[in-house]
Design a protein. Structure first.
Length: 154
């Protein structure tokens, strides 16, 4: 049965950057999921986070790309991973999640992705950081590590 799977920003970045050690893993996982009939989606937040990390200097944990290079890669990602649009329904869901789960700091961004997933009835997220989403299992969220797709071994 085909499912819709949200692609986390960390996968988008590795998918786009051929120099990243996890590039091949991200590419093969996306290719296999699509070949199996699954639908890979993103949110505007994913692309905003992509731009942030792609253009942030390497010494500040970014990829150090020039804006024109980030733009070129983002255009490719936008074609491959269609957007789930922002919706006014996302905010109250996000608010419920951050209060219910006691979310703070940078983890509020993950909660917003989960809110989008709930609004659009998306149960799976493809991410290299599966532990970031484990708290949302009771909401029906399943995090999938690209390493578990395509025959990779950890």
């Amino acid at each position: 049965m085909a499912v819709i799977c949200l692609v986390d920003t960390n996968v988008l970045l590795r998918f786009s950057d051929r120099t990243d050690p996890r590039h091949t893993i991200a590419r093969i996982a996306a290719r296999k999921l699509r070949a199996d009939g699954h639908h890979l989606k993103t949110t505007p937040q994913n692309f905003t986070e992509f731009w942030n990390a792609a253009t942030r200097p390497q010494e500040r944990n970014g990829f150090g790309m020039r804006p024109e290079d980030a733009d070129r890669l983002l255009c490719i990602a936008e074609r491959i991973f269609p957007l789930l649009p922002d919706s006014p329904a996302i905010y109250p869901e996000w608010r419920r999640l951050v209060v219910s789960f006691g979310v703070s700091g940078v983890k509020v961004h993950d909660a917003r992705l989960v809110a989008s997933m709930i609004v659009y009835d998306v149960k799976h997220i493809l991410t290299f950081n599966t532990s970031d989403f484990s708290r949302y299992a009771s909401e029906g969220i399943v995090s999938v590590d690209p390493m578990t797709i395509g025959g990779f071994s950890v």
